[in-house]
Write a protein that binds this ligand. Structure first.
Ligand code: CTP
Length: 438
């Protein structure tokens, strides 16, 4: 029976999705720095992602942004002093840290880092960081400082030591600084920090795995100004890259021409044509343990791209183009010794317009991959949501319409389950939890 994965587009399927930080309670600590203005946006973003946020500010932070702003955004009174009398036991540092799922210091100034490093505790925020139960309440810090302060050996030493002491030091951005200089040391942007914090809480089901992903369309040149491409936006492949990184994998994303930013922590290789994509993938496949072919690779390319723009000759007759077939990247990797020996788990996609189940099953067998993910191309190209049909040797299962990120996270779990189930036993022998038998 054909499965209908074309759910009604009328209702937004993302409306029902559980926000990524639902149920998480975060203490957002602000130390003194101009980046405090970004913390207002960060606070909003954390709340939008489902978290509850308790803001704690140092005296220096209050020079840059008011507690009133942070209270309005977090919906909770802000704590600024260890002598705060609102807590009945007068122990704000204990009470606030005990109920937190994590403490995030953003911005974390160079001075505050040095303070943490020495275990000093002369204000509420540092006192709370020191007093937190280290095994239950992780400490994440988002440094923010001038580029010279950032590059100073003392600061670099402090980064290393703070990590060794169990803190998670998030990166810094590069660019124009409030002081007028340009370089490393800017606090990461709120959406980057949000991505890192969400990733921090995701179970690391792909830890130790090296995932290679293709995404987006390819572009096959006809002449220097024209080419053949398709409507793939790359969103699904980019979402999978993000989800795989969240799950602890080392991720390389080989992307055709798309205008999407790379997910945090993912190595991105930009390519244009199918041949470029094949070259980029084959050069990296040796190191990979999972290959996911989400790209909409052009099946054919003009046999010979003209060196100069093809001009109309006035006859009204269009030029005759000859085509040659591109190599099948997925099939090439699926037939590699690593894949055949079960060291490279290959996942293919099928973009179809109709008869999804039949086409996906046939494609899985043709490409010799253990798992093939079917979707209806016209229903999803360029959109933020999709519906997937997973097909493997045992049957098929639907992942109903949802955001591409949500589907990507589900797909990552499916892949992790299959890899965990049968280590190195060959590509066709992996079982799966099935809903529909073939
Ligand atoms: N694929 C690939 N290299 C190609 C063509 C496709 O790696 N030259 C991969 C895609 O990334 C996808 C899968 O193969 O994972 C199926 O792609 P799709 O375009 O749906 O199918 P085709 O193999 O092109 O077959 P058809 O166009 O006949 O449906």
């Amino acid at each position: 029976m054909e499965l209908d994965v074309k759910n009604s587009p009328a209702a937004d399927p993302r409306a029902d999705e559980t926000p990524a930080l639902a149920g998480k309670h975060l203490v957002l600590g602000l130390s003194g720095g101009i980046a405090c203005y970004k913390s207002a946006e960060l606070c909003r973003a954390l709340i939008k992602a489902g978290a509850t946020v308790q803001v704690v500010m140092t005296e220096a932070a209050e020079q840059f942004i008011t507690p009133v702003t942070m209270q309005a955004l977090s919906g909770r009174p802000v704590y600024t002093s260890q002598w705060d009398s609102r807590e009945p036991n007068s122990m704000a540092h204990i009470n606030l840290s005990r109920e937190a799922d994590a403490i995030l210091v953003a911005p974390c100034s160079a001075d505050f880092m040095a303070k943490l490093l020495h275990g000093r505790a002369d204000d509420l925020l540092s006192l709370m960081c020191l007093a937190r139960p280290m095994d239950k309440v992780p400490l994440l810090i988002a440094p923010a400082m001038n580029r010279e302060m950032y590059a100073h050996p003392a600061t670099q030493r402090n980064f290393v030591q703070l990590e060794a002491d169990g803190a998670r030091v998030l990166g810094v951005g590069n660019g124009f600084q409030a002081c007028g200089e340009t370089g490393d040391g800017r606090m990461l942007e709120p959406e980057q920090l949000l991505e890192d914090i969400i990733a921090f809480f995701v179970p690391k089901v792909l830890a130790g795995q090296r995932v290679l992903i293709t995404a987006g369309p390819t572009y096959e040149a006809i002449d220097p100004v024209r080419g053949i491409t398709n409507l793939s936006s790359g969103k699904m492949g980019f979402a999978i890259a993000r989800a795989a990184r969240e799950a602890g994998a080392e991720v390389t994303l080989v992307a055709g021409p798309v205008a999407l930013p790379a997910p945090r922590g993912v190595t991105r290789i930009d390519v244009k044509s199918a041949q470029n994509m094949l070259d980029a993938v084959t050069g990296r496949a040796q190191a990979a343990t999972i290959f996911i072919a989400a790209a909409a690779v052009a099946d054919w390319r003009p046999a010979l791209a003209a060196e100069q723009k093809i001009k109309k000759d006035g006859s009204g007759t269009p030029p005759q183009l000859e085509f040659t077939e591109n190599a099948d990247i997925l099939a090439t990797l699926a037939q590699s010794p690593a894949a055949q020996a079960g060291r490279l788990f290959c996942v293919g996609f099928a973009a179809e317009s109709h008869d999804l189940l039949q086409h996906a099953q046939a494609k899985r067998l043709r490409k010799q991959v253990p798992l093939l993910v079917g979707n209806i191309g016209p229903d999803t190209f360029g959109q933020d949501d999709n519906a997937l049909l997973l097909v493997d040797a045992n049957g098929s299962a639907e992942l109903p319409r949802a955001s591409k990120l949500s589907l990507a996270r589900q797909l990552v779990l499916e892949i992790a389950n299959r890899i965990a189930a049968v280590p190195e036993s060959g590509p066709s022998a992996r079982p799966s939890p099935q809903k529909n038998k073939p």
